[in-house]
Design a protein around this ligand. Structure first.
Ligand code: ZN
Length: 599
């Protein structure tokens, strides 16, 4: 590695020219105008002279190139900051790293650098492994700094290359949260309870850069946490008090990740802030409570549903995040195969009848129900939903929340709704015989009823309805179709690699390889910072779409339930298993994930 050079625009131009990204003329122009570009970038970032002095900001050659490409060349070259840093790392024989704050040991980061130090030098200490400190930077030529640091901390240092945007973002997130927690810790050193007044139910989340250090530190720390959790598309936040610390975990794509811890002394204040936001009784700490928080983020409203539970070391809080973008999706984009999609949309076009969505808890049934109903919204129809609880308010539906305390059960609400001239009714969940009877009755009397039911596959739904006391003849008359569904994690595209599975493994899928083929090619994620080493990024759904054909109707009326599955397959139904194996064959998901979810 040639460290005599400096990380200059001329070095970067060489790298980009060698890689065939830019032409010689651009390269010459860049080098010729270096100081001019540098000052233009600085003026763009900090318009006034005062701001420029205060910022102590050194413009990097990558920032200069990106600015020049965008402003002067009208984005002639399509190359991202990350890709530029990859080329720089390659040229210097160094390792490039895509930063993710979950991968960074926050206690290490804050131990070896202050927020200002990290920001000015654009570095982020990441973690210590075998007595070596790993540091990310966007300036790999900063030898003086690293030598100095090495002497100071008496530890070897390995420098990794990352983008400046990532580094500054993470420095803000980590240090922002930790600084708030530290300051709050001082404030709350002797105080266990604190009055938090003027709490509104709608809070505007500040972007990380806007949070002012003069604000209440605890308020800031909570804001950082909520912003971070929603940015990460988490479904739940867990705050768990232990003896010394309080552990903060996020559920992302169905899996919990520990992301932070706060000192136990701070836990009560942290929880009080959240309870205040959710309009709970702050002084009541012995009884479990429920509440809601609405937050505004990037022009959309996100609903948080919070519950508290007294445990040995204090109140544990779980916050479920209801993001409208995840609950209301386009049906076409939800993972249906074309045939199944076509079949399912014919169910939705029926003027009346019963459509059931089945699957275990957390299989995405609510998303399917909401997204289906959304396609039916029209000025000419009255859509009523009965839910427990209402997961997401949508103004085009008339939504009723079940409330057993006042005897407003699913069954009772359904009876009332029928007097309200509905066209389409959604029943959150059919749990008992009375609700099942009422839903069938509604379907019989000219309404389209969508409901969810807790069964494992689509075909066993008929059995379940009979168990709930429904006459098979009525099932045959009203049931239009059933969907069974599961959520399955998608392989992370950033670390996707081949994985050959042998014939025993193929056998576990209920399949057989031809004798001349010893292996089946599948894919898996190896784990990388973007997917938090899980190998998965995001989820998709798999479906089994079961249509109640004339033949099936006859089987139901004859109570010949054993034959239903076979005939459905003859009718062309693809089972959950078949559709999961198809996702495996297409490289969408991994072998292990298919086994875990379906088999
Ligand atoms: Zn990955």
């Amino acid at each position: 590695m040639n460290k005599k050079e400096d990380f200059s625009l001329s070095f970067l131009s060489n790298v980009l020219t060698e890689a065939g990204i830019i032409d010689d003329k651009t390269s010459q122009n860049l080098v010729f105008s270096e100081s001019k570009i540098s000052s233009r970038v600085l003026t763009t970032l900090f318009p006034t002279a005062q701001e420029r002095t205060n910022a102590k900001y050194s413009v990097s050659p990558v920032e200069m190139f990106l600015w020049y490409n965008k402003i002067t060349l009208n984005s002639k070259y399509e190359i991202s900051e990350d890709d530029i840093m990859k080329l720089v790392a390659k040229k210097l024989n160094m390792q490039y790293v895509k930063l993710d704050s979950l991968q960074i040991d926050t206690s290490i980061a804050t131990k070896y650098a202050s927020r200002n130090f990290a920001r000015i030098h654009s570095i982020c200490p990441m973690y210590v492994k075998e007595n070596i400190l790993y540091i990310a930077t966007d300036n790999p030529f900063n030898d003086a700094l690293f030598n100095d640091l090495k002497l100071r901390i008496k530890m070897e240092i390995t420098v990794l290359v990352a983008s400046k945007t990532d580094i500054l973002k993470i420095v803000n997130e980590i240090f922002g949260f930790n600084v708030s927690v530290k300051k709050a810790e001082l404030d709350y050193a002797d105080v266990t309870t604190q009055k938090l007044n003027n709490l509104e139910s709608l809070f505007t989340l500040k972007s990380v850069s806007e949070i002012d250090s003069n604000d209440k530190h605890i308020v800031n720390a909570v804001d950082y946490l909520l912003t971070y959790a929603t940015n990460q598309k988490s479904s739940d936040i867990h705050i768990e008090p232990k003896r010394e610390i309080s552990k903060i975990r996020l559920r992302i794509d169905g899996v919990l990740h520990t992301i932070q811890s706060i000192p136990a002394t701070l836990h009560p204040a942290f929880i009080s802030r959240l309870k205040g936001m959710a309009r709970m009784d702050i002084s009541e700490k012995r009884k479990p409570q429920d509440g809601r928080i609405k937050i505004q983020k990037d022009d959309k409203e996100i609903e948080l549903r919070m519950s508290t539970l007294p445990t040995a070391f204090g109140e544990k809080v779980v916050i479920r995040i209801f993001d409208p973008e995840l609950l209301f999706q386009n049906l076409e984009d939800m993972g249906f195969y074309p045939d199944d999609y076509a079949k399912y949309t014919t169910f939705l076009r029926k003027p009346n009848g019963l459509i059931l969505i089945t699957g275990p808890t957390g299989s995405g049934k609510t998303t399917t129900l909401y997204s289906s109903l959304k396609t039916l919204v029209d000025e000419t129809v009255n859509i009523v939903t009965i839910e427990d609880p209402i997961e997401m308010i949508y103004e085009h539906f008339n939504q009723v929340a079940v409330n057993p305390k006042i005897d407003l059960t699913f069954a009772a609400a359904l009876r009332t709704i029928l007097r309200q001239d509905p066209d389409i009714i959604m029943v959150g969940e059919i749990r008992d015989s009375e609700t099942a009877q009422n839903a069938i009755q509604a379907a019989l009397t000219g309404h389209l009823v969508l409901a969810s039911l807790h069964t494992n596959d689509s075909v066993s739904t008929v059995d379940r309805l009979v168990d709930l006391g429904i006459d098979p003849f009525l099932i045959a008359t009203t049931l239009v179709g059933v969907i069974a569904q599961r959520l399955i994690r998608k392989i992370c595209p950033h670390c996707k690699t081949e994985r050959l599975i042998d014939k025993e493994e193929v056998g576990l899928l209920g399949l057989k390889l031809p004798p001349e083929k010893p292996h089946l090619k599948t894919f898996k994620g190896e784990g990388c910072p973007i997917c938090r080493q899980t190998g998965f990024l995001g989820r998709t759904a798999i479906y089994e779409v079961f249509e109640i054909s004339i033949k099936i109707k006859h089987l139901i009326i004859e109570r010949n339930f054993q034959e239903i599955g076979k005939v459905a397959k003859m009718d062309g139904m693809k089972t959950l298993k078949e559709n999961a194996v198809k996702k495996l064959a297409l490289g969408t998901t991994s072998y292990e994930e298919v086994l875990k979810v379906i088999f």
